[in-house]
Design a protein around this ligand. Structure first.
Ligand code: GDP
Length: 426
């Protein structure tokens, strides 16, 4: 049986914590898209970790962690992460890497930097981890799958050909030093040594695991609004962030994904550029940022301060619908305990017309938030384990949002730890 844990919003919803928590009852955890451009922060009995490539299930010794074919695999980043985890006392994870996963090449990172420099003020706010150049090459069919490391002659020939194309751009568009295919080849041979013990046909492994009745978790990165097709294009990421893509990026039958746990945070945050209708500024935003998440809302990978906003029912309803949410995990609710009143965005005003449906980008740029203010609960809800024990206004906040988004909130996270969770009946 497969469950997906995915984001309803702009990412950073707390998927890592929910995955880490659900991984206790899982056998296999799979990353199926994205790269090391975003991260999950996980707090557990081994300490605090920022994972970028390893699935959030690596902390248990009964689980197998899989890097699926859909991932943008940065091999040195993965190995640094493995070493970091092991050095903090976590048992060496059982890791499998898809032979069809493609590699982030050293020049993808360079092209990302050069393109951001070229665009200057008009940039997409890339994290410069090479993700956009990586996926461009993948779909232009000049990417490199992990399995290509094992055929050295063909690999070198292909590298020569790809570098000759890249060098034209480097010389004439970017005025930067040319690539040396032989140097890249030597680097790839180092990559080969690192990945060799882990590479296999992971879709076959998963197929067999499904037949054996194993519990599989698909862990999404970012959220619906960053999806290439359904997000706030072009301020999106370069891979699909939707649960449906899990079938492709892990290589499993779509009908096996039975549960889609869609994670949504009790307020909004976003990184990078792009329309953010319920955004707040100034002291109000600073305070929420300071108190937010676990130690403030700053990017797990980049350390950038996140943009902050009130909960956006319009964006979240859309986010849950496109994920195909079977249930919603509502996270970081404890952080709102300091507020007397909590505004919630319940509609968008676009040229004087109110809508509750999430529009395309050009309309979105014009949208103004329609806010409704709910009473706060003015207390710390950490440590509460039963829904009935939450303050009445806190329950009302959850129930109001559940009604607005139209998907059942079955889990409420009231702290960063594994046990900080309140289950609610469906
Ligand atoms: P992800 O990318 O979706 O996994 O999200 P991030 O890890 O970037 O951001 C979530 C942050 O919130 C992390 O620092 C978590 O430790 C923290 N967090 C997760 N759930 C909760 C919660 O319920 N309460 C609090 N206070 N922090 C949480």
């Amino acid at each position: 049986m497969i469950k997906a844990v995915v984001g309803a919003n702009w990412g950073d919803e707390g998927k890592g914590k929910i995955t880490d928590m659900l991984a206790e009852a899982a056998d296999i955890i799979v990353r199926f898209q994205g790269g090391a451009n975003a991260g999950h922060t996980i707090v557990n009995n081994y300490g605090k970790f920022a994972l970028h490539t390893l699935p959030s299930g690596v902390f248990y010794d009964h689980t197998t962690s899989i890097i699926g074919n859909g991932v943008a695999l940065n091999i040195p980043v993965l190995f640094n992460e493995l070493q970091e985890v092991v050095s903090k006392g976590v048992p060496a994870p059982k890791l499998l890497i898809s032979d069809r996963a493609q590699m982030v090449m050293p020049y993808h990172i360079l092209f990302d930097q050069y393109e951001e420099e070229r665009l200057a003020g008009k940039s997409f706010g890339s994290t410069k981890s090479g993700i956009a150049p990586f996926y461009s090459d993948k779909y232009a069919k000049i990417g490199f799958q992990v399995q290509e490391l094992f055929d050295e002659k063909t690999l070198l020939e292909k590298l020569m050909s790809v570098c000759s194309v890249k060098n034209v751009l480097l010389e004439h568009l970017y005025q930067k030093p040319a690539l040396d295919p032989n140097a890249i080849f030597s680097e790839l041979m180092e990559y080969k040594k690192m990945v060799e013990p882990y590479v296999c046909d992971t879709s076959l492994y998963l197929w067999n695991a499904i037949k054996e009745g194993k519990q599989i978790l698909l862990e999404g990165q970012l959220g619906t609004l960053k999806d290439t097709d359904h997000g706030i294009y072009p301020m999106v990421t370069s891979s699909s962030t939707l649960a449906a893509y899990g079938a492709i990026g892990a290589g499993v039958p779509p009908y096996e994904i039975k549960e889609i746990i869609t994670v949504s945070k009790a307020y909004s945050s976003a990184v990078g550029a792009g329309a953010f209708v319920s955004e707040i500024f100034g002291e109000e935003a600073d305070e929420l940022r300071r108190r937010g998440g676990d130690g403030g809302e700053y990017g797990a990978t980049t350390g950038r301060p996140r943009r902050m906003g009130w909960y956006d029912c319009v964006a979240s309803k859309y986010g849950c619908r496109l994920q195909g949410a079977t249930e919603v995990a509502f996270t970081v609710l404890d952080v709102l305990g300091y507020l007397d009143e909590i505004p919630v965005c319940v509609g968008y005003d676009i040229d004087g017309k109110i809508t509750t449906e999430f529009p395309t980008t050009s309309q979105l740029e014009k949208a103004k938030p329609v806010l409704k203010t709910l009473p706060g609960w003015d207390s710390d809800i950490r440590g509460i384990t039963k829904y009935e024990d939450l303050p009445e206004n806190c329950r009302k906040y959850v129930e109001f949002i559940e009604e607005q988004i139209g998907f059942p909130i079955t889990m409420i996270s009231n702290g960063p730890g594994r046990d900080d969770i309140i289950y609610r009946k469906r």
